[in-house]
Every structure is written in C-alpha cells, then in structure tokens.
Design a binder for this molecule. Structure first.
Ligand SMILES: Nc1ncnc2c1ncn2[C@@H]1O[C@H](COP(=O)(O)OP(=O)(O)OP(=O)(O)O)[C@@H](O)[C@H]1O
Ligand SMILES: [Mg+2]
Length: 240
C-alpha cells in the first residue's frame, strides 16, 4: 500500500507543484518508488517541471475511460513516475472512478503524491477523496495563511488522517525585518503541524524553465530531502 498525500493550498502560485516535484524526487533518491498524479485539470504543468520524457500522450482521463492501460499512461522523469492531468473536465471523473484508478497504482508504489490545483473544488476534491494525508503549502503571509487554514479544515472534514504544513519561500532576512510572518505565527494561524520550511531559492524558480533535474545542491533541494525524511518519521532539523 502506498502512502497517499495531497499537496494543496488555498491561494494559487504558492509552490505546490514545485514542492510536489522536489519532494517526489527526494523520496525516490532515498529509495521509495514514487508516483506523482497531477490533479490540476486543464492547467497541469508537472511534465515540464519534472522534465518528463516526451513519449507519452496519455493522461489519467484515458485510464478512467479505459482507452489506455494504467501502466502505459505513466511518464518517466528523473525520479518519480508521472501521471499527467486531463486537459478538460469530464463527467466520468467521479470520486469513485478516480479512487478505483488510484487503487490500481496503490499496489505498485511506496508513495503517491497528488498535486492539487489552487482552491478547494474540482481537482482538489477528487485528490482529497483518494488521499490518506494532506500537506498544506503556504507562503508566510496572512492572505495565504488564512486560506491555507481553511483548505486544511476542509481536508480534515473530508476524513484525512492528518494534515501537515510546509512553509514555502521563507526568507529569514525579510521575516526578521517584519515583512513576513515568522514560523511560529504561521503555525499558530494555521493550527497545523509543521513538516518543513522551504527557503526562497532562485535555483528552484529556474526549474520552471530548466526542469527539476537542474536543482542540485541548493537550499530548496536540501529542504526537500529533510521533508522526505520527516515524512518517514526521521527527526531531522526543520530549518538549517
Ligand atoms: N521556494 C521557492 N523559491 C523561489 N521560487 C519559487 C519557490 N517555490 C515556488 N517558486 C516559484 O513560484 C512559481 C509558482 O510555483 P508553482 O507553480 O509550484 O506554484 P503552484 O502553487 O503549483 O501554482 P498553482 O496554484 O498555479 O498550481 C514558479 O515560478 C516557481 O518556480
Ligand atoms: Mg501547481
């Protein structure tokens, strides 16, 4: 059985896709067979961020509609396998159909990460139906934190076992100067358990163009590794 985790947020653009990709690569490097499923229907971009091979033409809509074998739909990347999102929403994408699809992959992987779209509808709900655990990604500002807490509440109300928090784009200097909330303030406002802090890292932002394989020896890369360890219950520092 795979550990199935949804990465979600209230606001868009907070780093869900980048963190899903980075975390999945770290999990693979540690030795876990990892699948990433893109739930950003119509706006998926993990194939670019993960620099997936360009042999695949299928998405999970094809798996649900049985026009493609489940394993054939997977794309290879530098680490995890990737199942891309359909380009349009279809009535056949019910919670039951998506759960049935995920239950097939469950047998083949140690981790399945679901990259949710921003907000709490559509692809978010479908992914949440299949997940055991949630991670809310929030930048350290009041707007993202407030709606992040709301998204966390919804995940709990949908029956997830645990919902944790990653603070992304942390910048110590700007936080000290009072431009952003500090780590304790974000934890207090979201009422979620912190599992990682990813610093602002220019090298990570380049990956939207160059792909995650170019992210070597950077503060964000090191944060992904520590989050992967913490997901396994290994007590490594949150921030270095
Ligand atoms: N820690 C970081 N440091 C620097 N840039 C970052 C960081 N995290 C994310 N970014 C950049 O922020 C932008 C948005 O990131 P990303 O697409 O991962 O967000 P998202 O939450 O998935 O967005 P959406 O809600 O649209 O799906 C990208 O250009 C990405 O490279
Ligand atoms: Mg995204």
């Amino acid at each position: 059985m795979a550990k199935k985790i949804i990465l979600a947020s209230g606001k868009g653009g907070v780093g869900k896709s980048s963190l899903t990709a980075g975390l999945a690569i770290s999990l693979c490097e540690i030795g876990f067979n990892t699948l990433v499923i893109d739930f950003d229907i119509g706006m998926g971009c993990l194939d670019l961020i993960l620099a997936a091979d360009d042999t695949g033409i299928f998405n999970w809509g094809d798996v649900i509609n049985e026009t493609c074998e489940p394993m054939t739909a997977l794309r290879s990347t530098i680490g995890p396998k990737l199942l891309v999102a359909p380009t349009f929403f279809d009535d056949s994408y019910t919670a039951e159909a998506v759960k049935k699809m995920v239950s097939f992959y469950d047998k083949h992987f140690d981790y399945i990460l679901f990259d949710a779209p921003a907000g709490v509808s559509g692809g978010f709900k479908l992914a949440a139906e299949c997940a055991d655990e949630g991670i809310i990604v929030s930048t350290p500002d009041e707007v993202c934190v407030r709606v992040g807490q709301y998204a966390g509440d919804i995940l709990y109300s949908m029956g997830l076992e645990s919902v944790k928090l990653i603070i992304n784009r942390f910048n110590k200097k700007l936080t000290t100067q009072g431009h952003y909330l500090n780590i304790d303030e974000v934890i207090d406002a979201t009422v979620l358990q912190l599992v990682g802090v990813v610093p602002e890292d220019r090298k990570l932002s380049y990956c939207s163009v160059t792909g995650m394989q170019t992210l070597t020896k950077s503060p964000a890369k090191s944060a992904f590794y520590r989050i992967a360890k913490r997901l396994e219950g290994i007590n490594v520092n949150l921030v270095i």
